[in-house]
Design a protein around this ligand. Sequence first.
Ligand SMILES: Cc1cc2nc3c(=O)[nH]c(=O)nc-3n(C[C@H](O)[C@H](O)[C@H](O)COP(=O)(O)OP(=O)(O)OC[C@H]3O[C@@H](n4cnc5c(N)ncnc54)[C@H](O)[C@@H]3O)c2cc1C
Length: 652
Amino acid sequence: MKESATEPTTPLTLAVIGTGPRGISVLERLAARLADGELGDRAVRIYAVDAVEVGAGRIWRTDQDDWFTMNTVVGQVTMYSGGPDGGPARPGAGPSLGEWIKERAERHGEPERGPDDYASRRRYGQYLRSVYASIVEHLPDSVELTEVPARVTALAPRPGGGYRLTLDRSPRVLEADKVLIATGHPRLAPDAFERRMLDFAGRHPGLHYLCGDSAADMPLDKDTIPPGSTVGIRGLGLSFYDVMLSLTVGRGGGFVRDGVGNGDGHEGGGGALRYVPSGLEPKIVTGSRSGLPIPARGRNQKRPDHTHRPLFLTGQAVAEARERRFLATGDHRLDFAEDVLPLLMREVEHVYRTTHERTTDKRTTHERTTDERTGAAADPLPPLDLRALARPFQGAWFESPDAFRARLLDLMRADLAEAARGNADGPLKAALDVLRDIRNVVREAVDYGGLRPDSHADDFSGGFLPVNSLLSAGPPAERVEQLVALIEAGVVEVAGPAADFDADEAAGRFTVSSPQVAGSARTATALVDARIPTPDLRRDTSPLTRSLLADGLVAEYVRTDPGTGVADPTGGLDVTRAPFHVVDARGTIRRDLYALGIPTEHTRWFTQVGSGKPGLNTLFRQDADAIAADMLRPGAPSPSAGRVAAAAGSPA
Ligand SMILES: Cc1cc2nc3c(=O)[nH]c(=O)nc-3n(C[C@H](O)[C@H](O)[C@H](O)COP(=O)(O)OP(=O)(O)OC[C@H]3O[C@@H](n4cnc5c(N)ncnc54)[C@H](O)[C@@H]3O)c2cc1C
């Protein structure tokens, strides 16, 4: 592996491409380190470049509608690498989103939110902008930060090191010694199914097919989806709820809680939520593989700095499993189903059982001892089967849409009851929260080709991930409640499991149906993909990504099976371990080019993270700091052993 040299010019010039949460997190750590005097009075120039909104980014842009909400409670979200210290908010010491909202409410009378409430995405964007402003405000005199609202379309290495960036608008060209690619969520070229649907829509006036994206960026207007028309929506995950709200609340409808007057449906308690239509909604027909709308997150009962200390799926257990694999096979790569999943399930089941015991077993010690002697048990606990929870309709057949609807509403109401029990006291939601809490250990097992490629594809990506994302990533309970109300109002119909979306040439309409629900077939004039596209470098339409790949400045991360030699191109960008230097097409580590977050998905797992947690040194923060430290290290070598070793299948 060769090395590319960097001779920084004076001033040291850094460019951050993309100022969503990842780009801002690096800017924050750069600024904190510079304020600590890391480079003395050496002049530093930083360009913060974003095509949509510098300081917030596309997903969190501040001009989006208010009904798009975050799925993390405000008390658990921060962009500062340290908490407030009584001084002004500044890099290294600033408020969490919850604290910031509280302060704004007190000082400026802005709407309040408790630490366990959810904020709109727009609000988080405003918070990000305030973090960005505090970064700019507290830079040392020797540091200049320039905001560049433009799209980078190409990057060319300069002969003496560093890069020339081409922009789509003024100033057209920038020069930088070191560059960070933090370009976030991609827009992908349509796949074969999407091409067919787009072609079908193109041949039939009045039909529309919308590819998956952030709903705030989708044309969900009345021209595309007219009032009274039928729209098919593919997917019942988080984005489904965004599209659902755009087509209901966004059309002037509202939710009221029966028995408590004309609330807006945001207050807790009271009677059932009911939808009051505006008459401008379309009829929504939806479905997914499971047929189950993504379940709600448990009511938050945890402190912001809560961490789950794993007992079974620990870093050490993963390292030992690798060692055992190596002794048995000469290869450190793990089998997810054999080496990881059983530990993960023990972890989840342990929390399930102990939460149940803690919250239901109110017997005195004497009673418990007596019961144990006589064989009597506390409330029995149903077994926890993640697959059954995620696929509740597997093998089921429904004789009519009404029969399916009744079963679905039962399940959704049961889920709401579980969510109300909380994520600490409710055994089910507490157990499912473990799936979120142990992501870092799972990362240790799977990142950088840590699994055998066949196990990665079949057991991890094919088996575990769909179940994991359905059960661990849910929306606030309020969203599920709203969906129940919309189903009851007949505005939304869930077709059923194994939902099939297609185009009917004869009818000139899209079709939605479930093979497991008799009579579920419906036709629609618009079809919306409500799933966030999985990153894939090869289908990325970004001119920057395309030119980087074409020029060989970046390369796709390929997992190779050491036994068979079969190569598995992942669609992720090849980077070293922290500080995430890009590895180019010749295998050279480019020490002046970094990539963080979503472009590196598949090389690393679960990069779609948008914040740190107050009081914790999260991976999100560590990633940012590693890059910031390296960017400020003039010409010094940085470690490359991690990635090289990982590629050879040795331990992390
Ligand atoms: C609809 C949606 C909702 C989400 N909700 C949550 C949530 O509630 N909580 C959570 O933690 N995560 C959420 N996520 C996950 C999300 O991935 C992270 O929150 C976060 O946005 C990732 O940050 P990022 O900086 O990597 O990417 P992004 O936020 O996508 O930012 C990347 C930025 O790069 C810019 N960019 C891209 N290419 C160029 C270029 N060539 N030139 C200049 N600029 C460029 C883009 O304009 C964009 O602003 C959500 C994601 C989506 C899609």
